[in-house]
Design a protein around this ligand. Structure first.
Ligand code: PEP
Ligand code: MG
Length: 325
């Protein structure tokens, strides 16, 4: 019931055996942060910044962005706020900018591919993020990273912007974390190498599933292939988590899967550290986690990794959940 769930608002996020985890909120505008605080979220695991660009008639200035990012940082009262740099392109277009016509926009000029090519636009955003980091605990996250070179280029660009701010004597968090989304299978497979450079990973299953299964996330015709708990996806998630942990990086997930009750026991068993979801799922997820023993979840995950089909995995999970008290 609602009253029972509300008890979890001020409880630490932990498994039945006391292993600490984080449950955070996904937000799309600064105002959404309130809902995450109201539900007792441990932070913001994904702030999609596209709204600043889409609900606008020009690329937002550094100052406009600074105000928005600062507001979220302050609302979250020192809890971590992972802010993702612009993920435009694909299906998300701008009224004031003409993207090149492509046969497959989802495989085309978007996200980090766009911002690395449009350094002026990237610079305004990075400077705004750095300046806002003086007012709370902001982390910067790059979307759609496919290669180590891309990540290094993006990170070097942040270093450049930091030097600018140093010269201008403008404050920012000198220890700001810089991480990346894992949403392209190539990055998941090479996670241990990325982890030498990135401070953290956040797995974007919405795209990771679509790219792994070659099944458009918007297409009803191939929706049957869209299987987040297919053993193949679980293995990619495992590679990502193991690769990150090898270098002591925290690994989160901000795709829809992170808030799915059937996925949570599996993700715990695979070793995921942070779960970011819509605010409305936070209390339910924390309640579920509190009933799960980590060693048992690990056993479940290991069985799931050896399954042939998603249906087999879901059967294992349903049995597991039915036995929880
Ligand atoms: C994802 O791909 O899982 C993700 C969180 O990003 P978006 O849904 O914005 O593509
Ligand atoms: Mg994505």
């Amino acid at each position: 019931t609602k009253a029972e769930l509300n008890k979890f608002k001020n409880r630490p996020t932990e498994t039945a055996d006391g292993t600490k985890k984080l449950i955070e909120g996904n937000i799309g505008s600064p105002n959404d942060a309130e809902a995450v605080i109201e539900r007792g979220g441990d932070g913001v695991g994904l702030f999609r910044t596209e709204f600043l660009y889409m609900d606008n008639d020009h690329f937002p200035t550094e100052e406009e962005q600074f105000v928005a990012y600062k507001k979220v940082a302050q609302t979250m009262e020192g809890k971590v706020v992972v802010i993702r740099t612009l993920d435009i392109g694909g299906d998300k277009k701008l009224s004031y900018y003409e993207f090149p016509h492509e046969m497959n926009p989802f495989l085309g000029y978007r996200a980090i591919r766009f911002t690395l090519a449009e350094k002026g636009i990237f610079r305004d955003q990075i400077r705004a993020l750095l300046r806002a980091s003086a007012f709370g605990k902001i982390a910067i996250m790059f979307p759609m990273i496919a290669t180590v070179d891309e990540f290094k280029a993006a990170k070097e660009f942040v270093e450049l912007c930091k030097k600018e701010l140093d010269n201008e004597k403008i404050a920012y968090d000198k220890k700001i974390e810089i991480g990346m989304m894992i949403e392209i299978p190539a990055a998941a497979v090479l996670a241990d190498k990325f982890a030498e450079h990135a401070d953290f990973f956040s797995i974007g299953t919405n795209d990771l599933v679509q790219y792994s299964m070659a099944a458009d996330r918007m297409s009803q015709n191939v929706a049957y292939l869209y299987q987040p708990t297919n053993p193949s996806i679980l293995r990619l998630i495992k590679m990502t988590i193991d690769g990150g942990h090898k270098h002591n990086r925290w690994v989160g997930m901000c795709g829809e899967m992170a808030g799915e009750p059937q996925a949570i026991p599996l993700l715990l068993g695979l070793g995921l550290d942070a779960f970011s979801m819509s605010a409305s799922s936070i209390l339910k997820a924390r309640s579920l986690m509190s009933k799960i023993n980590l060693a048992q979840a690990e056993k479940l995950a290991n069985q799931a990794l050896e399954c042939e089909t998603e249906a087999e995995v879901l059967k294992l999970v349903d049995n597991f959940i039915a036995k929880l008290k």
